[in-house]
Design a protein around this ligand. Structure first.
Ligand SMILES: Cc1cc2nc3c(=O)[nH]c(=O)nc-3n(C[C@H](O)[C@H](O)[C@H](O)COP(=O)(O)OP(=O)(O)OC[C@H]3O[C@@H](n4cnc5c(N)ncnc54)[C@H](O)[C@@H]3O)c2cc1C
Length: 339
């Protein structure tokens, strides 16, 4: 009799660890990864270093497709899950194929968010999440000397460092979303502004972007509410990541900002787990939901979900140390009550 079929959706740090753990601990099971991205499992936190030219593209990958083949994990990349029925235990791909499973781990992470008031300019802004995004940044940067970074989340500080090392002129627009997921306060604003200014960054704060015109492929005129205009070669948007779970809206799986799971990462449907950046996890003592984001946490959470899908009862923990460091600011990315 064939073993159970376990599917992992997503092969970021959480999904990758989940699939490898399932493979190791359930040798008779069929394990399938379905992921929208092409290629192996990459480490998004190294992307700024890749853009700076400090590490080669292959240095970003924790695992290549060959590893999955060697480990007898069916790897379906470039395929998007568009629906999931947790009762019938089926999921549907964008080309309408329906795939049955005995257990599933949803590890779909987050996607860059653009605030509503800026959506009208979305097509002129580059975000940075996937390998395709990273390649687009590199090719666009080759054609331009000046960059406006808008939003100011923690990732954008790492990107600023990378762009400065490439000799680019940086305009850094701080908004109310700055330092996401930290809550900005005036002291932090002032400290980061000073540090950036010392490095030659032109910090723009207290202004709203009002207009954007493109004069050629790599030339934008940006207009602020005080009528100041700025010409730059490219614009990067950094407003943090939001769980990428819209495709599950009709599934019946409970969701808030992320997918709501118990302390074992179970959605409440037997055999259906969620983990990594897309999960909002119940804490029985806090009697509330919490999240832990970041690379190290995602790996731990991926392993926990796999162990529990296999019948374990591992209470969710977080990585011993999960620190996001940017511009001298250290952020513990664990146990947040909101995101
Ligand atoms: C530029 C950048 C810099 C960062 N720097 C740091 C840092 O310094 N320190 C740190 O701790 N963290 C950092 N992070 C955050 C860290 O990378 C994330 O917390 C981590 O990747 C989350 O892992 P995950 O597996 O939960 O989700 P993700 O890595 O987002 O992976 C999600 C996976 O799901 C797949 N997917 C999504 N939707 C579907 C679908 N419908 N169908 C099929 N597949 C789907 C995607 O293709 C992807 O494989 C950074 C992130 C970025 C983008």
């Amino acid at each position: 009799m064939p073993g159970p079929h376990f599917v992992v959706i997503g092969n970021g740090p959480a999904g990758n660890e989940a699939a490898l753990t399932l493979r190791e601990k359930a040798p008779d099971a069929r394990v399938t990864i379905i992921t929208r991205n092409l290629g192996g499992s990459y480490r998004p936190h190294l992307i700024p270093e890749f853009i700076a030219g400090n590490i080669p593209e292959k240095g970003l990958f924790a695992v290549t497709p060959d590893t999955y083949t060697e480990k007898n994990i069916k790897f379906r990349h470039g395929q998007r899950v568009v629906d999931l029925d947790p009762e019938k235990k089926t999921l549907t791909l964008d080309h309408k194929e329906v795939i049955p499973f005995d257990g599933v781990i949803i590890a779909v992470g987050g996607m860059p968010r653009i605030p509503e008031y800026l959506k009208v300019f979305e097509h002129s802004m580059l975000t940075l999440k996937t390998m395709e995004d990273a390649r687009r940044w590199i090719s666009t940067l080759a054609e331009t000397d000046s960059v406006l970074l808008i939003g100011g989340d923690l990732t954008s500080l790492a990107v600023t460092k990378a762009l400065l090392s490439l000799g680019k002129k940086i305009y850094f627009m701080l908004t109310e979303h700055a330092f996401w997921p930290l809550r900005p306060d005036e002291a932090l604003f002032a400290e980061v502004s000073d540090r950036l200014a010392c490095k030659g960054v032109d910090v723009i704060s207290g202004k709203t972007l009002e207009g954007l015109a493109s004069t050629s492929e790599n030339s934008f005129i940006v207009r602020f509410d005080d009528r100041r205009e700025l010409e730059v070669g490219m614009i990067g948007a950094f407003f943090g990541l939001a769980p990428d779970i819209g495709f599950l809206r009709r599934s019946g799986i409970r969701m808030d900002r992320g997918l709501l799971v118990d302390e074992y990462l179970c959605t409440g449907f037997e055999g259906v787990y969620a983990t990594g950046d897309c999960a909002q996890i119940y804490h029985p003592e806090l009697r509330d939901y919490w999240v832990s984001i970041g690379y190290a946490n995602a790996e731990v959470l991926g392993r926990t979900a796999a162990n529990n899908l296999l019948g374990g009862k591992d209470q969710t923990a977080v990585a011993a140390e999960s620190i996001f460091e940017a511009e001298g600011i250290n952020v513990n990315t664990s146990w947040w009550m909101e995101f």
